[in-house]
Design a protein around this ligand. Structure first.
Ligand code: PHE
Length: 456
């Protein structure tokens, strides 16, 4: 019998149709601005190789464990994240509500920066090379402070995000990430090959890969852990939501490991694209957040076929942003559909419109409203501070505590292991990390982020 033809009350919840599709969607959520924009500049300002090693270590221990925790909760609930949490403990629904609220904040400022990447893609297509190296900084500053232009690209990006989510899990999110992620890998490889064959690349690679352990401080660990949260999309229930669309036969531990590896590999490769380019043109790797939008165009503008590589780079970044933003939008949308019986179209438009409107304030914060300060921070910084520094660690902490201390251990392990069929040896280690290690390290990051601890 064709299940899609059944009357609505029997209609099955949409699901991912294949393991590959789910992995592409989850890796798509993880791989984004965090890997290609944030990782290289944080590595740059944190001194290179030593930071990279610590990041890898944190990603593959705490990061991967939290990812598996979210997968387990989502698949156990098989319903939107808020209700999935409350299936485990009634009050745990507030972890889901925190994610719901944060999704609006994330989507709003994420789509503003993503809009910039769309603008840079189009601009490079028509020849970013026309801009001389010393103009790239002014060009960027003029663009982001313009009251209208960035809002248009922000709108285009949001519209694309909404369109994919409207089509649903299997036909929208899965179908699009199955194409976009392999494309992203292809573009990344082309750029790595271009970058590591530039004159002077070896010096950059040495800086990138040889850890100087004297540079490691408490602050390095904190920065690395903060980066892991943002980069792996944990703490916002986005991964809970995705996993709620998974069948009971999927191997969650294996999937969590594969997704973590893909996320770290893409971040590492992004470093191989950016640092050789930066070094070979004599630019400082510690240039900060402008590294991708100012430094790279400077490099591209001096390179043969620079516009082409610039175009590939910014399309790569736009695609990475899109596969992440759809996961942020899906989180509240799935709740609105299931709780208020909204249609998917209506839910996606409502959430998208609210996030767009919030994003307008973020965008104007770079120009017209540049002087607006709340709690001593500009609008973008305020959103990013709440999202990355508060909401993700709090969500991750609460999730770890919930599983480690409040869920029946046997039930948690049963769900994660498909009733003991997979990863039996690995799961006790996972449980130990979730119960003890993760809460302690997250607490440390959190106290540092809010200024109670000050590790430099
Ligand atoms: N992981 C995404 C990135 O690296 C950002 C993100 C955070 C997406 C939280 C979803 C949820 O860009």
């Amino acid at each position: 019998m064709d299940r899609t033809k059944l009357p609505t009350q029997d209609k099955q919840r949409d699901q991912f149709r294949s393991t590959f599709g789910f992995i592409m969607a989850a890796a798509g959520s993880a791989v984004g601005l965090g890997n290609i924009w944030r990782f290289p500049y944080i590595t740059g300002v944190s001194g290179g190789g030593a930071f990279v090693l610590i990041f890898l270590f944190c990603a593959l221990t705490v990061g991967a464990s939290l990812l598996l925790a979210e997968f387990t909760i989502g698949r156990y609930g098989s319903v939107n994240a808020i209700d999935s949490y409350s299936k485990i403990k009634k009050n745990a629904k507030y972890i889901g509500f925190l994610g719901f609220f944060s999704a609006f904040i994330f989507l709003s400022y994420y789509s503003v920066v993503s809009g910039w990447t769309v603008f840079y893609s189009i601009q490079s297509f028509f020849g970013l090379n026309g801009i001389s190296p010393d103009q790239t900084g002014n060009f960027f500053a003029a663009f982001i402070s313009d009251p209208v232009k960035p809002l248009i690209y922000h709108g285009i990006f949001m519209a694309l995000t909404i369109l994919i989510v409207i089509k649903g899990i299997s036909k929208g999110i899965e179908a699009s990430t199955r194409i976009m992620m392999p494309m992203l890998f292809g573009m990344l490889i082309i750029l790595v090959l271009r970058s590591i064959t530039l004159p002077g690349a070896s010096e950059a690679i040495k800086w990138y890969l040889s850890p100087d352990f004297s540079k490691i401080t408490g602050g390095t660990w904190i920065a690395a852990l903060g980066q892991v949260f943002f980069s792996m999309s944990v703490g916002m229930s986005g991964m809970v939501t995705y996993a709620s669309y998974l069948g009971k036969k999927e191997n969650l531990p294996k999937t969590a490991i594969v997704v973590s590896l893909m996320d770290t590999v893409v971040a590492l490769l992004a470093g191989f694209v950016i640092f050789p380019a930066v070094f070979s043109f004599g630019i400082e790797p510690g240039a900060g957040p402008g590294l991708v939008f100012v430094t790279l165009p400077t490099v591209f503008s001096q390179m043969p076929f620079g516009s082409l590589f610039s175009f590939i780079f910014f399309v790569l970044l736009s695609v990475a942003c899109l596969t992440s933003s759809i996961s942020i939008l899906e989180m509240p949308v799935s709740y609105l559909i299931e709780k208020f019986k909204m249609t998917r179209i209506k839910a996606a438009f409502i959430v998208g419109a609210i996030a767009y409107a919030l994003g307008v304030t973020v965008s104007l914060g770079f120009g017209l409203w540049g002087d607006v300060k709340l709690l001593g921070k500009g609008i973008f910084d305020l959103f990013d501070y709440f999202g990355s520094n508060i909401s993700l660690p709090v969500g991750g902490f609460a999730t770890a505590i919930l599983i480690g201390w409040f869920w029946n251990k046997k039930e948690a392990l049963n769900e994660a292991s498909n009733e003991g069929l997979v990863a039996k040896k690995l799961l006790p280690i996972w449980f130990f990390i979730i119960k003890y290690i993760a809460p302690i390290v997250i607490l440390l990051i959190f106290l540092n982020n809010i200024g109670v601890l000050t590790l430099k």
